[in-house]
Design a protein. Structure first.
Length: 382
């Protein structure tokens, strides 16, 4: 049997996230986007609500709920403020889940608990100037000397780069052996040699901070190595599979906001003596948006459910992200089209959806990388 009904707990989480987004995120969302203001106060409320470490057991500071509930909450947050949604997604999926899956008890005690409680914020740093999609082609290098590593390199496009307290940095600990030389280190903010570049001036998700980071002879204790030397690429990709479900939910929220704004405007706006929603051209756009949004949600829920069941979900996470990000882009573009000239104006809040949507086709693996992952999984399994 397939049951599409939410449990009472999931309904409560959805309603809580919706109410939070309406009360705390909607006010000022245009200004935060315009001036690229990080939502620090809003994140404190999210921490109190248990939204920063949702899938982490309570023992380790989290809320101990399932991935399905997490994606439901994330959709609600993203439908109002996609910048806050990515901050939440990175902390939950790429940092907390990674530490939970691979960290030692000591690492969990020291780093995961405050991150999952939302007292600290985490960042995940894989990309470098010369390696984006080709993620294993990194140069950042950690040389082991005694009981610590000496870490040197430049990483870029680090979400939460400025605001985070802890960064998971992927680097080489052995050269010339490809991805088998990659390791993952926990880097604390404020250590000597770590400097944070300027906040990038972005097309969208402008409330989140994205920065380069520079590592110059940073001394990292060997106890901050996650898993084993050489396992870093696996650690990175496993976290990214979960992360992609989160970004798909972010895209879904953006698409849903576009649909809601379109329906409302189509009913209100009159041209040629009728509400524009009475014209077939507008009806078709709205019908297509709604259909694609439902399809995206089903893909996301399927991937989340597989993850909760402990079953393989690499392909399904990539499918969800590939499809939902396309839906977000199409729905937000059509939303602006339906709004006509008003849609192009900042104060209507729909041009932001279009700008925010674009990144969902790029980060945590471009759409082309998702296609590569999906095809690879299919071909591998015959
Ligand atoms: N879980 C566990 N292990 C995994 C895995 C997963 N989901 N996916 C792959 N692996 C394992 C593989 O089994 C393999 O292990 P073995 O060598 O032992 O067999 C190893 O990891 C390497 O995997 P692949 O052989 O599949 O790697 P590849 O080199 O062929 O392909 C790639 C890799 C898919 C192209 C990868 O480089 C990739 O995903 N690139 C995109 C990078 C990306 O998404 N960057 C996002 C940056 S972070 C970000 O955007 C966050 C943000 O700010 C919001």
């Amino acid at each position: 049997m397939i049951d599409f009904n939410l449990t009472d707990e999931q309904k409560l989480i959805r309603d809580t996230a919706r109410e939070f987004a309406k009360t705390h995120l909607a006010p000022g969302v245009i200004e935060r986007d315009d001036k690229a203001i990080f939502p620090a106060d809003q994140l404190k409320v999210m921490a109190d609500l248990g939204f920063m470490g949702m899938m982490i057991p309570e023992k380790w500071g989290g809320s101990g709920i399932d991935t399905c509930s997490y994606v439901i909450a994330l959709e609600e947050i993203a439908a109002v403020d996609a910048s806050t949604a990515v901050i939440m997604s990175v902390n939950n999926s790429l940092v907390c889940q990674l530490l939970y899956d691979w960290g030692t008890d000591e690492q969990k005690k020291k780093y995961l608990i405050p991150l999952a409680k939302g007292e600290n914020l985490g960042a995940y740093s894989l990309s470098e100037p010369q390696s984006g999609s080709d993620a294993s082609n990194m140069r950042t290098y950690a040389e082991r000397i005694g009981d610590h590593y000496v870490l040197n390199g430049t990483k870029n496009w680090v979400t939460n780069g400025q605001s985070s307290d802890v960064i998971i940095v992927f680097c080489l600990t052995a050269k010339g052996i490809g991805d088998k030389g990659i390791s993952a280190l926990i880097v604390e903010k404020g250590i000597k040699g770590l400097s944070i570049g300027k906040k990038e001036n972005k097309l969208g998700i402008r409330g989140s901070d994205t920065c380069e980071i520079y590592l110059k002879d940073c001394q990292i204790p060997i106890t901050n190595l996650i898993a084993e030397e050489g396992q870093g690429f696996k650690v990175a990709l496993k976290a990214l599979s979960g992360g992609r479900i989160g970004i798909a939910s972010q895209a879904l929220g953006i698409a849903r906001a576009a649909l809601n704004a379109s329906v409302s405007y189509a009913n209100d706006r009159h041209q040629f003596g009728r509400a524009i929603g009475e014209f077939g051209a507008i009806k078709n756009k709205i019908a297509n948006m709604a259909t694609e949004i439902d399809a995206a949600r089903l893909l996301i829920w399927k991937a989340a459910r597989l993850k909760d069941l402990g079953m393989p979900y690499i392909k399904e996470a990539s499918m969800a992200k590939l499809y939902a990000s396309g839906v977000a882009m199409r729905a937000s573009t059509e939303c602006v089209q339906i709004h006509g000239g008003y849609g192009y104006m900042q104060e209507y809040g729909v041009e932001r959806l279009m700008r925010d949507a674009k990144i969902t086709q790029i980060y945590e693996g471009t759409s082309e990388i998702q296609q590569l992952v999906i095809a690879k999984e299919l071909l591998k399994n015959g």
